[in-house]
Design a protein around this ligand. Structure first.
Ligand code: PEP
Ligand code: MG
Length: 573
């Protein structure tokens, strides 16, 4: 038995066999062949292509059953690619002319196609890039006789072990089979953590380098997402405690359901809106189950990371479904926040030296205006199906906000002239997640309808600390006095301008922080749906006066640890 400590980021416990995920598809041998070898290399290609086709057909059938025709069509397109005579011709030509092995020919075909498609302005063509990557990885897997590791193909219950997990990998993995997650890197506010909480999968991140080598494929692993403990080959006592913890959790879930229909309020009756953060449209069911009074943050980008770029109709259907499901309660859809760790190679968002300071979110959308207008149109059309708000991420300057609004006006005009019914006065807000936006929140407040404070990024940028890097996770604390001052400043600006203000960073999901935030003046908080009951209980245990006095004291502290000590001494949560 080996015990390892990391950062518990998603509560719950689980035991299952390890699935060690190492994506080593980058090492592809390339070597010269002679003219006589061309035939046999071509035969290898045919064999790999046949095997890949069989594999894709099986995936297509599964997708049809589990996800519907639309998802299955992706695999039909992959089969068509393999059947395309142009592919065969190109491979044969490349083998004959360049006299390199077939793996090299496949790679050169891939890079040619990707270059051609990525430079196109047509989003449909750009979408094809990820399909090409997928088909090529599959072909190479068979050529190299390697078992293709795909997180969407997992068919038995496992604990997923990886160095790191990209948001796209989290979105595509076979969620019902993943009982727990352990990664070497990451922290509480990294996107893998946010998604693990959304999917309610116990997770421990940041266990440090070397862990994937330490665990063998299939070895039993215990994950405790509350305490941040991971155990390889747990003994009987741990297996028993896992069973007890599961039973306690079921009891807690039952109690949470009883709280569902009581609107959140402080002990002395001040109402507080508790909203849910969602990443995928289907999470709306969970939001309703936990009693969310609306969707405070729909991270629309996760919907783009599922293997293809959704077009206007697909986006409209998703947004409209969420709006309808919430039945008139507010749904705030954040426009594409791609970049940083949310790479999207299909759209050229990757490979920057400093991705967190780079071409992200609104900066990307203001350049890719076709894609942005498509999304704005889809959101506007969905505004006819419920109470929908639009939110722009990562606004750093007023100019960006003005440019985004001009594009929104253009999208509105298009929709109206095409006869779509839309909410012409749709509320438009911005994320306050860059220090410049918080500092200039008085200026920004005059040009939008609401603010949503994103403390995950606000802490990251204020303290100059990569939110996904466990080595510096100790610094990334929203209780840091600089972050608290920016939060307070933003709330004051919004009150002065009489616009809405909410907070949707992970901080809102922590009961003690929620009390502090209400004390600072917030009356709306948005969080992972499963956090709502505990936050509600905390708010119901305190009066407004107590919360305000706590907040004033917190603002007069010097360090994050003093704020933590203050909350621990005054709150019994
Ligand atoms: C934030 O930065 O606090 C936020 C809510 O956005 P995301 O976590 O998606 O960056
Ligand atoms: Mg953010």
């Amino acid at each position: 038995m080996t015990i390892i400590k990391g950062i518990g980021v998603s509560p719950g416990v689980a035991i299952a066999p390890a699935f060690v995920y190492i994506d080593d598809s980058g090492i592809i041998p390339q070597y010269h062949i002679s003219a006589e070898d061309v035939q046999s290399e071509m035969a290898r290609f045919h064999e790999a292509s046949l095997l890949a086709k069989k594999e894709i057909e099986a995936l297509r059938d599964r997708a049809k059953k589990e996800a519907g025709e639309e998802q299955a069509a992706i695999f039909d397109a992959h089969i068509m690619m393999l059947d395309d005579p142009v592919l065969l011709e190109q491979i044969e030509l490349s083998l004959k002319e360049k006299q390199f092995n077939v793996e090299a020919a496949v790679l050169s075909f891939e890079s040619e196609m990707v270059n051609k498609l990525s430079s196109s302005q047509d989003p449909l063509k750009q979408e094809k890039v990820s399909d090409i990557h997928d088909v090529v990885r599959r072909l190479l897997g068979h050529l190299l006789k390697k078992e293709r590791i795909s997180l969407s193909d997992i068919q038995t219950e496992i604990i997923l072990i990886a160095k790191d997990l990209l948001p796209s990998e989290m979105v595509m993995m076979s969620r019902s089979m993943v009982r727990g997650i352990v990664t070497e890197t990451g922290s509480r506010t990294s996107h893998a953590a946010i998604l693990a909480r959304a999917f309610e999968i116990p997770a421990v991140l940041g266990v440090g380098p070397g862990f994937v080598q330490q665990v063998k494929q299939g070895q039993a692993v215990y994950v405790d997402g509350d305490s941040g403990t991971v155990v390889i080959e747990p003994d009987d006592s741990i297996i028993r405690s896992e069973k007890a913890a599961r039973a306690a959790r079921l009891k807690q879930e039952k109690e949470n359901k009883e709280l569902r229909d009581i609107p959140a309020h402080t002990k002395d009756g001040t109402g507080i809106m508790l909203l849910a953060n969602i990443g995928m449209p289907e999470e709306v069911t969970n939001a309703i189950e936990y009693g969310a009074e609306g969707i405070g943050l729909f991270r629309s980008e996760f919907f783009f990371l599922g293997g293809h770029i959704p077009g206007e109709e697909e986006q409209y259907n998703a947004y409209a479904q969420v709006a309808r499901s919430m039945n008139g309660k507010p749904v705030t859809i954040r426009t594409l926040d791609i970049g940083g760790d949310k790479v999207l190679p299909e759209l050229g968002v990757m490979g920057e030296k400093n991705p967190l300071l780079g071409w992200r979110a609104i900066r990307f959308c203001l350049e890719k205006t076709d894609l942005f207008i498509t999304q704005l149109r889809a959101i506007l059309r969905a505004s006819d199906q419920g109470k929908v708000n639009i939110m722009f991420p990562m606004i750093s300057t007023i100019d960006e906000l003005i440019r985004a609004q001009a594009l929104l006006d253009k999208a509105k005009e298009e929709c109206i002239s095409q006869g779509y019914k839309i909410d012409e006065d749709i509320e438009t807000g911005i994320m306050i997640e860059v220090p410049s936006a918080a500092i200039c929140s008085d200026v920004l407040s005059r040009s939008c309808d609401f603010f949503s404070i994103g403390t995950n990024d606000l802490s990251q940028y204020t303290l100059a600390v990569d939110r996904g890097n466990q080595k510096v996770a100790y610094l990334n604390n929203p209780f840091d006095i600089a972050v608290l001052r920016l939060i307070s400043m933003t709330i004051k600006s919004s009150k002065k301008a009489n616009i809405g203000v909410s907070l949707c960073g992970e901080m809102a999901a922590d009961p003690a922080s929620a009390v502090l935030l209400v004390g600072l003046g917030l009356r709306s908080l948005s969080m992972s749906a499963s956090a709502i009951p505990a936050v509600k209980r905390a708010l119901m245990s305190i009066t407004m006066e107590e919360a305000s006095s706590l907040a004033q004291q917190a603002l007069s502290m010097n360090t994050a640890s003093q704020v933590t000590a203050l909350l621990n001494s005054r709150l019994n949560l």
